[in-house]
Write a protein that binds this ligand. Structure first.
Ligand SMILES: [Zn+2]
Length: 121
């Protein structure tokens, strides 16, 4: 590379500023800056923040939308929202409230929203 061809660093575009970049070697022993897509985080339980199983991660919402329904979430009560441990807790409380063994006001405040929304047949 001669002195005249010296690389000039440009100001990045506004949209490119926050994107994650990597340098890749291209033909002619030159390197080029490429934009890498960042993976989305794993889904967490709404109550205990534990990792959820059976839900896709590392995909954008557009990519998740193209998946089949069964690949998006498991089929269970509050699947994709609560982990199995918390789901057991909520369903147990809901059953006690339904059987009038426990008053709704006695249910833990953090569980009340979920207990209220459990559909008991
Ligand atoms: Zn949980």
């Amino acid at each position: 590379m001669s002195k005249k061809e010296k690389k000039v660093l440009k100001m990045p575009n506004r949209s490119e500023r926050s994107k994650k970049t990597k340098f890749r070697r291209v033909a002619g022993s030159k390197s080029k800056r490429i934009f890498v897509k960042e993976k989305t985080s794993k889904h967490k339980c709404a109550l205990c923040k534990g990792l959820l199983h059976g839900v896709p991660h590392g995909k954008t919402s557009a990519e998740v939308g193209k998946l089949s329904k069964t690949k998006r979430r498991p089929t269970a009560v509050f699947a994709g929202i609560l982990c199995s441990k918390c789901r057991h807790l909520v369903v147990g409380e809901a059953a006690q409230v339904e059987a009038k063994a426990k008053k709704f006001d006695d249910v833990e405040l953090r569980l009340q929203y979920y207990v209220k929304n459990v559909k008991v047949n």
